[in-house]
Design a protein around this ligand. Structure first.
Ligand code: BEZ
Length: 211
């Protein structure tokens, strides 16, 4: 069954390059990003894991933990991590889940047989502190992901979870946001004084500060 937005992210215990983890225990109260890659020792995946390693401070600032998964074994992950550090200039600083028995891949629907019978596609699951799935993305093996976009989405998800606002196309953290249609004009005037109305359904306000 396909995991959908709002579903509880399945828990699991799995081997990683650095020993076993229980997913929920490792997440604690943080947000999480679980992302799959097709295979170790492949070019696009090497750039992706290096990029995620380079963004560790950005994920930490958003109280978000990141874990990678593929159907390769822990020893391969360890050996490949050396190549990632060497070629990308950033040592992997997050768990690399070794899903040789495909338990995690199957729980999260990361193997798409028409793309590959054996390897995971490039899936991304953003998981809230409540363990519910907030966002899913699926990319083919041939296309590396834009992890700046994933950080941008986390900014939007965390903001819109706290305030009755939504973020417009191409929004970046700090820019004006949209007041959701569920908020009446009277409530909007109280909660977002000075808001700007372009159409009755299109109302902008400066980004509220996050708690
Ligand atoms: C890559 O990471 O470059 C890759 C992995 C599997 C299939 C195609 C490309």
């Amino acid at each position: 069954m396909t995991l959908q937005l709002g579903d509880i992210a399945p828990d699991f215990t799995a081997a990683t390059a650095d020993g076993e983890i229980n997913f929920y225990e490792w997440l604690g109260d943080s947000w999480g990003v679980l992302f799959s890659h097709p295979a170790d020792f492949t070019p696009v995946c090497t750039t992706e894991l290096g990029t995620v390693a380079s963004l560790s401070d950005e994920f930490a600032r958003r109280d978000t933990k990141v874990a990678a998964v593929s159907v390769d074994g822990a020893e391969d992950h360890q050996a490949w991590a050396d190549d990632i550090a060497e070629t990308q200039g950033h040592a992997v600083n997050f768990p690399m889940i070794a899903d040789e028995d495909r338990k995690v891949s199957e729980l999260y629907g990361m193997i798409h047989p028409l793309a590959s019978d054996t390897a995971t596609v490039r899936s991304v699951f953003v998981i809230g502190a409540d363990k519910r799935i907030k966002l899913t993305l699926t990319y083919p093996a041939s296309t590396g992901r834009n992890f700046a976009e994933i950080l941008r989405v986390i900014d939007s998800l965390r903001l819109t979870a706290e305030h009755q606002v939504a973020t417009p196309a191409d929004w970046q953290n700090g820019e004006d946001v949209i007041i959701t249609p569920a908020v009446s004009d009277a409530d909007a005037a109280e909660r977002f004084p000075g808001y700007r109305s372009v159409k009755p359904y299109l109302r902008y306000t400066p980004q509220p500060t996050r708690a």
